[in-house]
Design a protein. Structure first.
Lengths: 171, 576, 557
């Protein structure tokens, strides 16, 4: 068991991550195609994150070693892109667009209802570990704003009343 | 390429086409303010303090990186330029603590200087703190991320110059800050504690750990016999710390100031450097003749370099000389031989080192460094800390009469002095190895091995020892060291002996040297050490009478059992 | 290809997928089979058909009947009535029709009629997964012509002559850009297709990639040939899962057909394409940030010069073009510059793909000639503002674009005219805002975005985006003073003048246009009033939008 020490703010603070050997072997397998290819760091992080929905530090170490990139840079890149998370997240990631087109279409009300429904704050994970809610820049589905994206599926033209039914599919 | 002409502030300027606007402006005495730019570390172009107006461009451009071109018209003093610069400074100040008066970099901070130069009187934005705890995890460095202004100079120094890459910008936008991987403390990442980041940092975000308090306490303790040793490079750099020109040789004033501070004995690490040459020179010959250990032999004087090998090249540790560094040989001898001769209980001896180095603070605490039965060296002060002690008690350094080191451990040769410059250990070793192998004396001219001098990143030379040829290499700066180590790892390195110094320029460019250290000042300090060498009556380590007496009275001969016990050690791999 | 008497196109654009088109398609397949029509009726999932808020959309050819908001329950009627009996289901019919190719030059003041389709000529009409269908519509003809009968210089000349300008936002003449890179001597050059479409309100590139991926591939081949680049990359937003899937399939198909790889068209020219995924950073739409990201680093823009055209990916000359720009290239090569110039205006030739969002009846994707007015777009194509509300503001070009007020409704939408208003065409996003919204609240939403997306590299943008957001939050809380707004203006001006890249430089564009055009409304906030009734003082949490605060005040939260 490894304790994740969070650097700044709420990220990773005190959350415990289980990085067993089986998992790290899996990480090694996933990143081996990028061996000594520092230019593929972003792609490698995508692949690693797909295993557990976040990037545990031991996994980032494996990435650093395999791609031959300093750990500091791996961490710098992992904390730059909003799709990556260095702290544990739920099984499903709900992304909500807060950009102007969604804002105009009433995204604030959807956000409010969603957080209420799930009982979490923005950026938080539900106590059952099923959902993590994150804000996102434009999801590119403004034609059906307001929209949310759960993993790779978009739900558009939402009104608050639609939410329970949408969420039920993932529970 | 032929020169081009441009206009800066109405002045016609002749410049070479590779120049930046900043460089061209300097040639005609126009000083453009800078912050993230550093003459050795490049132009990240991120602080936007050096912006200028270029005719035909909608936006202001950074002078530090913008190339000059034929017919270009530049204005460095317009309301738009001044406003942009002032705003950048004001924004930085609003995201920076306002504890300048108690900051270690007070009066030596580039941000503070800019705020003063621009006459910033009001900060119109609410001050915001990053609330990141101070990292005091190592004996060498203290990192205060709250003071980071995201100039990235430390990243450049650590990654490009040293090839260690401990630091990176993490997070994005307003939350961006420079941190080690995972936001960890320095003691749990691959930091070698070289302190080059402290020289790169324009503010107080990374500084040396201040040990002056501990030294003052020891000096004030009547039961303690406090001895001090001064590293070779200090005599060529302390002057700068105290306002003298770069490369000023201040050996005698240094000794006088240390006596004024109250040290009981003022000794010289140069003595221990001569001792190191005796041990290391014989170790080299031993390895060549007996073939009992791998070649090339790698020097071991530089503690940042040792940290580096342990972390990055543990497989090559057998190549590293078993000799302790001069600082540690000094400590071990001071608390045994000197204690015995002076009839002082070694428990009462407090050894202080004045070093150009932050890694030495770590080295003296290593468990391997207690062969006297005590911690061999008790406290390490950097050039900067000694400067502060001298200023604190109001010594008028420039007008101090010169004084001599104490005997016996203050007696040294020119070979010891040049340890502080890249190639110096090699040159000192060659002088002695030549004499030992050939049994002959080198001429005055022959003493100087010019091939191993200078600031080229990696130097190679072949030395003829009357028939036998020794091939050597010298690297300084860990980025260069890495290249050498990769060659050695292939097993195809042609050298028998390799000198590696962690810091660019060697110890004259160490991480504990005065703020403002750049390549040109490193060069001048190196030259100063060669001048010290030339002025010394004795220039070969094996001729140091105090060292010879030490062998005669105490150690017997180089590589003797007692030498091994006190002066040699083994390092162990560290997880990288 | 086999012959079918009818084609049923089910829009597979992302918005329609979001609206449930997959279920509808499944039901159509089931029903068609049930009626024994599988040999007569072909079902095709297409790229975006345009009117995204009306999905799921189903079109039946040859009649060209458009059904909107089709539910699973409607399917049996469509199949039973229309496909079996040839009687279109009037109650589901969208009153306008999709254009056939022959109708493309025929202007009508309705949703589809006003449009000219160059970029989107195939989107919605072909199966994006079928290279045969693309080829059947003259696909790869342009590339074939270029590689076999034109010199690289001739290709560049044709693109120069067409007057095509970059459609990603900067509007730089494409031919000139190609000319720079063509002249540079290098052992390797690259073509990058910028599909990191992150501009809020913009989803055209996604729909082009998803609807007509081969067109992008073909455009890249032509560009590669023109400058001597043998390798191309498509950098796509990580969130665009479907785009990535479609383009990767299309690349594999093109390779299988010998349209990517060695010695294309027997010309001796080789070219291949690889897809790189982004990971969530708006700033990576900036070409040098994109290049940094492709090199496996933080997506931080580089100080220019040097420009990518001479020193780009791995230090090699690199042409970076937006998806839409690239999609214009094959038709230009195929039909010639003169043909292209008949659309649009003399200085802004061609068409522009816009994505219409916000308070407008018809949201979605449209391609119209350059130079039509905002009024024509909103009240013509856009079908006006819902609920009988008044137009208040339009933001053109995405978050970094300027805001236009009622007085600008009749300004032609082309590069020059918009520039005069302090705005820009930008990425083609058109956000329509009605009078129920407060401009201060809108400004907060825009500034929150910039704060979130600033890369953090240069001082003015890293620090400034946060400070501007702070000031406007304070204004929304009715707590700001004149001094605050003066500082905001000064700060935004400095950011515009001295930020390292376009992100920081362009924050001032929406901010200044809002502050200039709606000065009275903002002024009212300093006096404690929000004329639109949106902003409230003393919120519980400064991070929440005024709307949330209002909800909280009503005890809903």
């Amino acid at each position: 068991m490894l304790k994740m020490r969070g650097p700044v703010g709420p990220e990773g603070s005190g959350v415990v991550c289980e990085c067993d050997d089986v998992f790290l072997t899996e990480v090694q397998r996933v990143v081996s195609v990028y061996k000594e290819r520092p230019e593929d760091l972003v792609q490698a992080l995508h692949d690693v994150q797909s295993l557990r929905n976040y990037l545990p530090r031991e996994a980032l170490r494996v990435v650093a070693r395999t791609l031959d990139v300093p750990e500091s840079r791996v961490y710098g890149v992992a904390t730059f892109y909003s799709m990556f998370s260095t702290s544990p997240r739920g099984r499903h990631i709900i992304r909500i667009c807060e950009s102007a087109p969604c804002h105009v279409a009433g995204a604030a009300e959807i956000i409010n209802s969603l957080l209420n429904e799930l009982g979490v704050e923005m950026g938080g994970t539900t106590s059952d570990g099923i959902f993590t809610v994150e804000t996102s820049s434009c999801l590119g589905v403004c034609g059906v704003a307001p929209a949310i994206m759960i993993d790779d599926t978009v739900y558009g033209n939402l009104v608050s009343e639609d939410l329970p039914a949408v969420l039920r599919r993932y529970r | 390429m032929s020169d081009i002409t441009l206009t800066i502030d109405g002045k016609s300027v002749c410049a070479s086409p590779e120049m930046t606007i900043l460089e061209a402006a300097r040639t005609v005495g126009i000083k453009i303010p800078t912050l993230c730019w550093h003459e050795d570390l490049g132009s990240p172009s991120v602080c936007r303090v050096c912006v200028v107006e270029i005719e035909g461009q909608n936006t202001l451009q950074p002078a530090c990186s913008y190339p000059v071109s034929q017919g270009m018209t530049v204005r460095t003093n317009t309301p738009r330029v001044r406003n942009a610069r002032r705003m950048a400074i004001e924004l930085l100040l609003a995201h920076h603590p306002d504890d300048c008066l108690s900051c270690q970099r007070n009066l030596k901070c580039e941000l503070q200087q800019l705020a003063a130069d621009f006459g910033i009187r009001e900060i119109r934005f609410e001050r915001v703190s990053r609330k990141i705890p101070r990292d005091e995890s190592t004996p060498s460095l203290v990192r205060d991320a709250d003071k980071c202004i995201n100039c990235r100079r430390c990243i450049e120094a650590c990654e490009k110059i040293q090839g260690v890459a401990v630091l990176s910008t993490v997070n994005r936008g307003f939350d961006s800050v420079v941190l080690p991987a995972f936001g960890d403390d320095l003691d749990s990442v691959v930091c070698v504690l070289c302190g080059q980041c402290t020289l790169a940092c324009p503010t107080g975000a990374i500084v040396e750990r201040d040990d002056t308090g501990r030294v003052w306490d020891a000096l004030a303790d009547p039961n303690m016999h406090v001895v001090v040793q001064t590293a070779p490079a200090i005599r060529a750099s302390l002057g700068e710390e105290l306002g003298l020109p770069a490369g000023s040789i201040v050996t005698g004033k240094l000794v006088a100031a240390l006596r004024k501070i109250g040290f009981d004995r003022v000794f010289d690490t140069d003595f221990a450097a001569d001792l190191t040459i005796m041990e290391e020179g014989h170790e080299l010959l031993d390895r060549i003749q007996k073939g009992n250990a791998p070649l090339p032999l790698l020097t071991s004087c530089s503690p940042g370099w040792i940290n580096f090998v342990e972390r990055f090249y543990p497989d090559l540790l057998p190549h590293v000389s078993t000799c302790k560094s001069p600082q540690q040989m000094f400590g071990a001898v001071a608390k045994t031989y000197y204690a015995e001769r002076a009839d002082i209980d070694p428990a009462r001896i407090f050894v202080v080192s004045i070093m150009p180095c932050t890694a030495k603070k770590y080295e003296c605490q290593r468990p391997e460094m207690r062969s006297s039965g005590f911690q061999d060296v008790d406290a390490v002060l950097t050039t900067r800390e000694l400067g502060r002690m001298i200023r604190e008690i109001g010594i008028d350094f420039d007008s101090l009469p010169e004084e001599e080191y104490d005997a016996p451990m203050g007696i040294s040769t020119g070979a010891g002095a040049i340890f502080g410059a890249t190639g110096g250990v090699m040159e000192a070793a060659l002088r002695t190895v030549y004499a030992v192998v050939t049994g002959r004396e080198l001429s005055e001219d022959g003493l100087e091995f010019h091939d191993v001098r200078g600031l080229e990143g990696i130097k190679e030379a072949e030395v003829d020892l009357e028939g036998a040829t020794v091939r050597v290499a010298i690297a300084h700066g860990l980025g260069n060291a890495r290249k050498v180590m990769e060659t050695i790892r292939t097993g195809e390195a042609p050298w028998q002996f390799v000198e590696i110094m962690c810091c660019p320029g060697g110890c004259v460019g160490g991480g504990g040297q005065p703020i403002g250290t750049v390549m040109s000042s490193r060069a001048e300090r190196g030259q100063a050490l060669y001048e010290v060498d030339r002025e010394m009556p004795l220039r070969e380590s094996h001729k140091n009478p105090a060292v010879l007496a030490l062998y005669q009275e105490f150690l017997d001969w180089p590589l003797s059992e007692r030498s091994h016990e006190l002066l040699h050690t083994h390092y162990t791999p560290k997880k990288s | 290809m086999e012959f079918y008497r009818a084609h049923v196109l089910v829009c597979g654009g992302f918005p329609c997928v979001a609206a449930g088109c997959r279920a509808v398609r499944g039901e159509i397949e089931r029903s068609v089979k049930e009626h024994g029509l599988e040999r007569e009726v072909r079902i095709v999932e297409t790229g975006c058909l345009g009117p995204c808020d009306l999905g799921p959309i189903v079109v039946v050819y040859p009649e060209g009947t458009v059904y909107s908001r089709v539910s699973v329950d409607d399917v049996s009627e469509i199949v039973g009535e229309h496909l079996m009996k040839g009687r279109p289901v009037r109650r589901l019919e969208y009153t306008e029709r999709l254009p056939s190719v022959s109708q493309a030059d025929h202007k009508r003041p309705d949703y589809f009629g006003i449009q000219e389709r160059i970029v989107l000529e195939n989107v919605g009409l072909i199966d994006p997964d079928s290279i045969e269908e693309y080829i059947a519509r003259d696909g790869y003809l342009g590339a074939g012509m270029a590689l076999t009968s034109m010199s690289p210089d001739e290709v560049i000349s044709a693109i120069k002559a067409s007057g095509l300008r970059g459609r990603g936002g900067a509007a730089f003449p494409t031919g000139v850009k190609l000319g720079f890179t063509a002249r540079v001597e290098a052992d390797q050059k690259y073509i990058i297709c910028n599909a990191d479409e992150g501009e809020p309100g913009t989803f055209k590139d996604r729909l082009i990639l998803e609807g007509d991926p081969h067109k992008v591939i073909e455009g890249m081949i032509i560009l590669g040939y023109s400058v001597g680049a043998t390798m191309g990359y498509i950098y796509i937003r990580g969130e665009y899962y479907l785009s990535i899937e479609r383009i990767e399939r299309a690349i594999a198909e093109a390779r299988r057909y010998g349209l990517l790889g060695h010695d294309l068209f027997g010309s001796g020219f080789s070219f291949d394409i690889e897809v790189k995924k982004g990971a969530g950073a708006y700033v990576c739409g900036e070409e040098t940030a994109l290049i940094e990201s492709m090199e496996g680093k933080r997506g931080e823009p580089r100080q220019k010069p040097p420009y990518p055209g001479t020193c780009g990916l791995w230090g090699k000359p690199t042409v970076v073009n937006n998806v839409e720009t690239i999609a214009n290239v094959p038709p230009i090569v195929r039909n010639g510059a003169d043909w292209f110039r008949q659309f649009g205006t003399p200085t802004s030739p061609g068409t522009k793909v816009y994505t219409l969002t916000g308070d407008v009846n018809n949201k979605g994707l449209i391609e119209v000639p350059m130079g039509i007015t905002l009024r024509e777009v909103i009240y013509g194509v856009g079908g006006g503002i819902p609920g009988g509300r008044r137009f208040k503001m339009a933001q053109t070009g995405g978050t970094a674009g300027g805001c236009l007020s009622e007085t600008h409704l009749d300004i032609p939408m082309d590069y020059e005219s918009l520039q005069e208003t302090g705005s820009a065409l930008g990425s083609g996003a058109l956000l329509i805002i009605d009078d129920s919204h407060c401009v201060v609240d809108i400004a907060c939403a825009l500034l929150r975005f910039f704060e979130h997306e600033s890369c953090g590299q240069c001082t003015p943008c890293r620090e400034g985006t946060r400070r501007l957001h702070d000031i406007f939050r304070k204004t929304r809380e009715l707590a700001a003073t004149e001094k605050d707004l003066k500082l905001a203006r000064e700060l935004a001006g400095v950011m515009q003048a001295s930020s390292l890249c376009a992100l920081g430089q362009s924050v001032a564009v929406p901010l200044f246009t809002i502050m200039d055009h709606y000065a009275d409304e903002i002024e009212a906030h300093l006096e404690g009033r929000c004329p639109a009734g949106v902003c409230r003082p003393n919120p519980a949490n400064a991070d929440e939008s005024a709307y949330e605060t209002l909800q909280a005040g009503n005890g809903i939260r």
